[in-house]
Write a protein that binds this ligand. Sequence first.
Ligand SMILES: [Fe+2]
Ligand SMILES: [Fe+2]
Length: 359
Amino acid sequence: MRIGNVTNENNTEIQNNSSFKILAVDDEVGILDSLSIFLKRTGYAFTGETDPIKAVQMIKDEHFDLLLLDFIMTPLHGDQVVEEIRKFDKEIYIILLTGHKDLAPPLETIRRLDIQGYCEKSNKFDQLLLLIESGIKSVQQMREIKKINIELEKTYERLEKSYIESIQTIRYTVEAKDTYTRGHSDRVSEYSVLIGKKLNLNESDIKLLQIGGLFHDVGKIGVPDSILQKNAKLTDDEYSEIKNHPSIGAHILSTASIFKDIIPIVKHHHERYDGKGYPGKLKGEEIPYLARIAAVADAFDAMTSRRVYRNSLPINTVIEEIEDNKGTQFDPQIADAFLDILKNDFDKIKEIMEKYKEN
Ligand SMILES: [Fe+2]
Ligand SMILES: [Fe+2]
């Protein structure tokens, strides 16, 4: 039997309390009636229920902040009711009521079931009211903490967004200066994702490849325009300036912890499997795995893009080139995965090329 919601909205203090919902479960209607009258005065939204099984269902169906629970009931004892409730609701504040002659439940049970307090039933409700008040205070604090956490999360998301936007700006600046790389980062990002999927990498690695690809060349912002925009082959000195871009990129990204996991991709996308790359001259497995993937995607895009001194290479030449450099420039397994895509799934590559077509 359910004893309906009781609130009193005439008094401001009471109105304040009415946002807190209390459920009392006792198989004696008399007790529920007294509680109802008593709690009506305090203004809490009160519901009483005589059937413990129904009470469990009610807590599943609607939100209650605090539960007053009789200990000795049929067919479920209070502690069994709590056991059921704690399976799906860890937050509801629970006060156990014991009869005069009942044995209080063992302390161990109270702790295990996360019961916040217990109180002996009496005709005077003073002690119970104090327990309820302290329970409601704790509920209120939990609400505050939740609110603050949501605010913090929102702030963090905003911060993350603005960091990403600032790096995007750098990327667009680089691409605006270096016309030959326009669309390059987008393509490298998408090719890397294709390879990652072919290698059955998990979601979070795929995400890193996607972002890492987009930002792998941001360090070019630190390379002089005269070199980036040169319409001829580079001298050795100029080339060594270009070689700084992975480290510059890693440095730029190190300003925000959200980029931490893509830094290895950015820093090592020009390493070679045989150890003759830059900047670390890392060899084989020493090169971070995702950087080895980005390296294949990056080289592929360089070969299939036009340069001032040459046209883009025909796809068959590119395939040969990757095959020839397996184990020297490229990780052989990753190269094989990409060759498999090129030979059997070229539509996907073509789609990406079309999407970010060079001007
Ligand atoms: Fe690069
Ligand atoms: Fe690149």
